[in-house]
Design a protein around this ligand. Structure first.
Ligand code: SAH
Length: 239
């Protein structure tokens, strides 16, 4: 075979191999994950390459119970136990993109759940603190994230309404449970120039995903889209 033919065959082989071949090994869900990103995330307008790369890396199927794994990349929320859900992948991507995170920033998440969103935030190169009010979920997420090797995530069991004062202030805060107001401690723990994203509205029905930026002590508020999250409980509901 002459050199031209050889290089043609090699290029065809390279082009027909999916990207990141190392990631495909031992991961039967890789193709489903890529499809989810193309169809449900890029397809709906999320274009930040770092967000897409983070979502390519985190194996969503490992954050649900083994019996739910085959549904791990479907376009909807999934149960994670205790009546709670892991958000639809598009919403995870959108919320992450809207925070415009820079490498090395410190982020607080309220509502650890399975730990999936925390893992995506960590893959953005940020230092993550996350709070979960249900003890069982907090413990299993902590173990899962440790087993997956995340050293830049700390999980706390408690009411996220009060934030995490000793760890603040934060460059960004993400609330992943429905709230009827923004908890004042979270605003206090947000740095100047910091961004906070929260599903704001009714804790029992629908909310509006709202992005708040702290500018010289004032809040700049932008509404994004309608969403339906599980309620933020504890102090939020006067409990
Ligand atoms: N981000 C999660 C999914 C969030 S579901 C993931 O990636 O899997 C909402 C979570 O918020 C639930 O686990 C619920 O127990 C938790 N939650 C509700 N109220 C809370 C509060 N006041 N403080 C901390 N967590 C809370």
């Amino acid at each position: 075979m002459n050199l031209l033919w050889k290089s043609l065959v090699i290029s065809i082989l390279i082009l027909s191999t999916p990207p990141y071949p190392a990631l495909c090994k031992d991961d039967p869900y890789y193709n489903q994950r890529i499809k989810m990103i193309e169809r449900d995330i890029k397809g709906r307008g999320v274009s930040d390459k770092r967000v897409l790369a983070a979502m390519t890396k985190v194996k969503r199927h490992l954050f649900v119970s083994p019996s739910m794994r085959n549904a791990g990349y479907e376009d909807h929320p999934l149960p994670i136990g205790e009546g709670q859900t892991i958000s639809q992948p598009y919403i995870v991507a959108l919320m992450t993109e809207e925070l415009k995170l820079k490498v090395g920033e410190k982020v607080l998440e309220i509502g650890t759940g399975s730990g999936y969103q925390a893992a995506v935030l960590a893959e953005m190169g940020t230092d993550v603190r996350t709070i979960e009010i249900r003890k069982g979920l907090a413990e299993s997420a902590r173990k899962r994230l440790k087993d997956l090797g995340y050293k830049n995530i700390k999980v706390k069991y408690g009411d996220g309404y009060f934030g995490w004062d000793e760890e603040g202030p934060f460059d960004a805060i993400m609330v992943t449970a429905a709230a009827n107001h923004i908890p004042p401690p979270l605003i206090k723990q947000l740095k100047d120039g910091g961004r906070l994203i929260i599903p704001l509205g009714s804790t029992t029905y629908y909310q509006t995903l709202t992005l708040v930026t702290k500018v010289k002590g004032e809040l700049d508020v932008r509404q994004i889209i309608g969403v339906a999250f599980v309620p933020m409980v504890g102090k939020m509901l006067g409990e």
